[in-house]
Write a protein that binds this ligand. Structure first.
Ligand SMILES: Cc1ncc(COP(=O)(O)O)c(C=O)c1O
Length: 398
C-alpha cells in the first residue's frame, strides 16, 4: 500500500528531464553522439559507410603515429592501466612528474600540473586563483570550462566583446582599483579559429594589474616555435601568468595541463578541488602525450603539413564563397547563420562522406550558427579533393 503511494509521487526533476525540448530535438534529428564503427587516421566508418573525418582536434595527426601507439601500449605493460587515485594521495607516479617537467621546459615555465581533462585543468586555472571579492574580466566567447571556473570561484565577472581591446579598455576603466583582478582569454578561440589579440589585451591587463589566465587548448601544437602555442607566437611569455590547455588535441591523448611559476603551481596543488579530489591520469594517457611532445620537436613535418593543408582548405572554402568567420587557424567554422541551413549543409556533407559537427545557438552567438570543421596534418591530398567536391555539393543544396 505504502509502496504504490510512494511510486506515484511525482519527481519534478525527472519530469523536467523527460520534457526537455533540446533532448527531444536531439533524439529526433540525431546530429550528435555518433559512434564510429572504425577509424584509421582521418578515415572513419559510420553506419557501414567510409567517411573522412573533418572535425577532429587531432591537429598534428599524431593519434595514429606508430611511436605514439607503441608508447601507449608499453606504458600499460609497465605500470598497469590506472593510477587509481588522486595525485595528492596514492595516485602520483614518476611518469606524471616527468611529463610535467617536460611540458614546463617546453613552455618556458617553472612548473606544470597535469590532470585528467583539459576541461578540469582550464576550469581550475580560474576557479583556484580567483575568489569572492575579486573581479574577473573575460572575453565573452571563452570556452564553457572557463565559465564554469568563473562560477565556481564566486568572483564577480565583467565580459568584454570578443577579441576587442578597445572594449576591454572601456570595461577596465569602470572597474575599482583596489581589488584583485583576473583577465581570462583563449589563445585560439575554438569555435571561431581566431588568434587572440594578445599583445594589446595582455598589455591592457598588465597596465590594470590583472592576473592573466590563457587557455591555449587550440594554440598548443599549432602556433609558435615547434607548436609552443599562442604565447610563444607573440613572444609574450612574461605577460601571461597561467597557461592552461588540453592534451586531447595536438598531443593526441586526453588530459590537460596548467603551467606557471613554481609558487602558482604549488598553490594550485594545495587549493584546487578539481586536482585534490580527482584521480590522476593513467600511464597510457601520459605516455601518449609525452611521446607526442617529443615528436612535436623531432618531426617538424607534421606542423608544416598542418599549415599546408589549412591554407589549401581555406582557399577552397573561399573559392566556394563560404563564410569562415575570418578564421586564421586549422579550426575553421563555416558560418551559415541559421540552424536550418546548418542542418541541410551538414547532411549534404554526410551524404558525400564527410563528417563534420553542427554548432548552433546558444553554443554560438545568435546568427552565427555554423559547421565546425578542423584540418589535420593527416589529411591527404586525396582527402582534400574529396572534401572540396563534397563542399561544392553542399553549397548547391543550400
Ligand atoms: C578552449 C578549450 N578549452 C578546454 C577544452 C577542454 O579540453 P578537453 O576536451 O581535453 O577536456 C576544450 C575542448 O574542447 C577547448 O576547446
Amino acid at each position: 500500500m505504502s509502496l504504490s503511494l510512494f511510486t506515484k509521487t511525482k519527481k519534478p526533476i525527472i519530469e523536467r528531464a523527460q520534457d526537455d525540448y533540446a533532448t527531444k530535438v536531439r533524439l529526433k534529428y540525431k546530429p550528435y553522439y555518433h559512434a564510429m564503427e572504425a577509424q584509421k587516421g582521418t578515415h572513419i566508418r559510420l553506419q557501414g559507410r567510409d567517411m573522412i573525418m573533418l572535425s577532429s582536434n587531432d591537429y598534428l595527426g599524431l593519434s595514429f603515429h606508430p611511436k605514439v601507439i607503441e608508447a601507449c601500449g608499453n606504458a600499460a605493460k609497465a605500470w598497469g592501466t590506472s593510477s587509481t587515485g588522486a595525485r595528492i594521495s596514492n595516485g602520483s607516479r614518476a611518469y606524471h612528474i616527468e611529463l610535467e617537467e617536460k611540458l614546463a621546459a617546453f613552455l618556458g615555465r617553472e612548473a606544470c600540473h597535469i590532470s585528467v581533462a583539459g576541461y578540469i585543468s582550464c576550469c581550475s586555472s580560474v576557479a583556484t586563483f580567483a575568489q569572492k571579492g575579486d573581479l574577473i574580466v573575460a572575453d565573452k566567447n571563452i570556452h564553457s570550462c572557463l565559465w564554469d571556473g568563473i562560477r565556481l570561484s564566486m568572483a564577480a565577472v565583467e565580459r568584454f566583446s570578443h577579441n576587442n581591446p578597445e572594449d576591454l579598455r572601456q570595461v577596465l576603466k569602470g572597474t575599482p582599483h583596489n581589488i584583485p583582478k583576473l583577465l581570462v582569454l583563449e589563445g585560439v578561440y575554438s569555435m571561431e579559429g581566431h588568434i587572440c589579440r594578445l599583445p594589446e589585451l595582455a598589455q591592457l591587463g598588465e597596465e590594470n594589474g590583472c592576473f592573466t589566465v590563457l587557455d591555449d587548448a587550440h594554440g598548443f601544437g599549432v602556433l609558435g616555435h615547434q607548436g609552443r602555442g599562442t604565447v610563444d607566437h607573440f613572444k609574450m611569455n612574461d605577460k601571461v601568468d597561467i597557461l592552461c590547455g588540453s592534451m586531447s588535441k595536438s598531443l593526441a591523448s586526453t588530459g590537460g595541463f596548467v603551467a606557471g611559476s613554481r609558487d602558482l603551481i604549488e598553490y594550485l596543488r594545495t587549493n584546487s578541488k578539481q586536482t585534490i579530489f580527482s584521480a590522476a591520469l593513467s600511464p597510457s594517457q601520459v605516455a601518449t602525450a609525452s611521446t607526442s611532445l617529443d615528436l612535436m620537436q623531432s618531426e617538424p613535418q607534421h606542423l608544416e603539413r598542418l599549415w599546408k593543408n589549412t591554407k589549401r582548405y581555406r582557399e577552397m572554402l573561399k573559392g566556394l564563397g563560404l563564410d569562415t568567420w575570418e578564421s586564421e587557424t586549422p579550426a575553421v567554422p563555416i558560418v551559415l547563420g541559421s540552424k536550418e541551413l546548418v542542418y541541410r549543409f551538414w547532411q549534404a556533407l554526410l551524404e558525400k562522406g564527410v563528417f563534420t559537427v553542427m554548432s548552433i545557438a546558444p553554443a554560438v552567438p545568435p546568427g552565427k550558427d555554423l559547421i565546425r570543421t578542423a584540418v589535420s596534418a593527416l589529411h591527404s591530398d586525396e582527402d582534400l579533393e574529396k572534401i572540396g567536391a563534397a563542399m561544392a555539393y553542399a553549397v548547391k543544396r543550400l
